[in-house]
Design a protein around this ligand. Sequence first.
Ligand code: BMX
Ligand code: ZN
Length: 290
Amino acid sequence: VATELSTAIDIGGTKIAAARIAGDRVVERHQIATPRSGVFADMVDAIAGLVPADWRDGRIGIATTGMVRAGRLTALNPTTLPIPDDSPLEQALSEALGVPAQAFNDAHAAAWAEYELGAGRGATTMAFLTVSTGVGGGVVDHGRLQVGADGFAGHLGHLQVALGGEPCGCGRSGCVEAISSGTALARIGSRVLGRPIDAGALIALAETDADAARVVDVAVEALVALITNLRADNGIDCLVLGGSVGLNPAFFQRVSAQVAHLRQIFRPALRSAELGHDAGLVGAARLVAR
Ligand code: BMX
Ligand code: ZN
């Protein structure tokens, strides 16, 4: 039996990827930098230029950073993706590509892929957290992906863990995203060390430098506060951690160490995401095929 091929698109704050998917696997991929002009049509044109003509078949699944409501896209944190509120993503891409397109939040799509095929297999109530440019999330409870009344459910990076804390791009302050994201680690790390440093370098430096370690440990503390809150809120039995920062072994180790100190009732099983950077693409393809 030939495996059905389908196309998926992943829209992130820094890059946009288009991929051909067979079952649970990416077989071919094209990638470009996300246009940051603030003009929605520029993003649509860039995607149209990225998807080859012979990939435009079936239904196309889109995983995108931002909140998806009735096929329209709004950036909760416009510093991550500068587009006008309520941009008609599904309609514009269906027209530009000539085939139906269906959009999902990127972390929702990745959560679904991890639940079906990855580290969340067999969980009853699973939360997925991606720590990357921002902090995204998705919850699958008893086999159902939680999207809420208007697609806002699962925006776990905007749960507030520090009253009066760091300002967040969403307009509030003390959100996990403002403390623990890759963007936040770079910003706070650069401020504390008095020189520019990115998240990866800061996490590596934390092994030998006390100032760097303090910044990383506060970020981990905020993330663990979130994990504890999710346990008390939804009763999650499994927490899957992904994203470029979340998948960093030294960072994961610090999260794991703090989680180990929690009272047992507050402690879900902690797992590293298995589908890596393909989770959003694979999840969008599978959600569309349902
Ligand atoms: C932000 C928000 C979420 C997204 C999360 C992770 C925007 C544009 N995005 O919290 O919708 O899931 O970032 O996104 O408001 P990533 O770009 O870091 O993968
Ligand atoms: Zn926020």
